[in-house]
Design a protein around this ligand. Structure first.
Ligand SMILES: [Fe+2]
Ligand SMILES: [Fe+2]
Length: 214
């Protein structure tokens, strides 16, 4: 397993994990790419503003969960190359985290108060997926990204018509998630048994419903 065969000690790995968790949960993500929200600030009614904030809070919670999943999978991946791929993907996802955070601030709203719970739960699921084996772990990434894409696409339609700034962010996130899924498949992802995919969908539903409000 990579945590034992790596040149890094277990203590160093734990410090890395702790650092990644802190950066995710401190609401201080810094994007590497420019924010795709280029439209001018829209005039929204208070109801539209609340709806946009709910959507972007759910998306942000999803990105917190993605960080947890990738870090958990990186920790227990069998091959160092797979662990590094997971960490690289987590770094790319930081952009999504930062863009959603920025948009929530613009909407005078907040990220989910349950972020620690989303991160920890996802980290444990990711670590278990990694322990099962690399091809299953990659399969888990591909399935997750496909479900996230379906979810984000639904947000493209339900965001208030005037809120192009949120829509521009979500649109680029969909493109990125599609690329992550393709990369996982070309790295050897196995397709997950249907009951696992259904279970993942049910767990995601709990998170998206809760994060909308809390
Ligand atoms: Fe993402
Ligand atoms: Fe992704």
């Amino acid at each position: 397993m990579n945590i034992l065969s790596s040149k890094r000690t277990i203590a160093e790995n734990l410090i890395l994990q702790f650092d990644a968790a802190l950066k995710t949960l401190a609401n201080s993500a810094i994007a590497m790419r420019p924010n795709p929200a280029r439209s001018s600030t829209p005039t929204l009614t208070s109801l539209e503003k609340r709806l946009s904030a709910q959507c972007m809070r759910v998306n942000h919670a999803g990105e917190v969960a993605a960080q947890g999943l990738y870090q958990g999978q990186a920790l227990t991946a069998r091959k160092l190359a797979v662990a590094e791929k997971m960490r690289q993907a987590a770094r790319e996802e930081v952009d999504h985290l930062a863009w959603c955070e920025t948009r929530l601030i613009e909407l005078d709203s907040h990220t989910s108060y349950l972020a620690l719970f989303w991160y920890t739960g996802s980290f444990m699921i990711g670590a278990i997926a990694g322990l099962v084996g690399d091809k299953w772990s990659l399969g888990f990434v591909a399935e997750t990204e496909h479900q996230v894409m379906a979810h984000l696409n639904s947000h493209l339609h339900c965001l208030p018509a005037a809120d192009n700034r949120s829509r521009e962010i979500v649109a680029l996130m969909v493109e990125d998630e599609a690329r992550h899924a393709t990369q996982a498949i070309s790295a050897g992802a196995a397709s997950l048994p249907k009951p696992i995919a259904v279970l993942m969908r049910m767990m995601a539903k709990v998170m998206t419903t809760t994060a909308r409000w809390i």
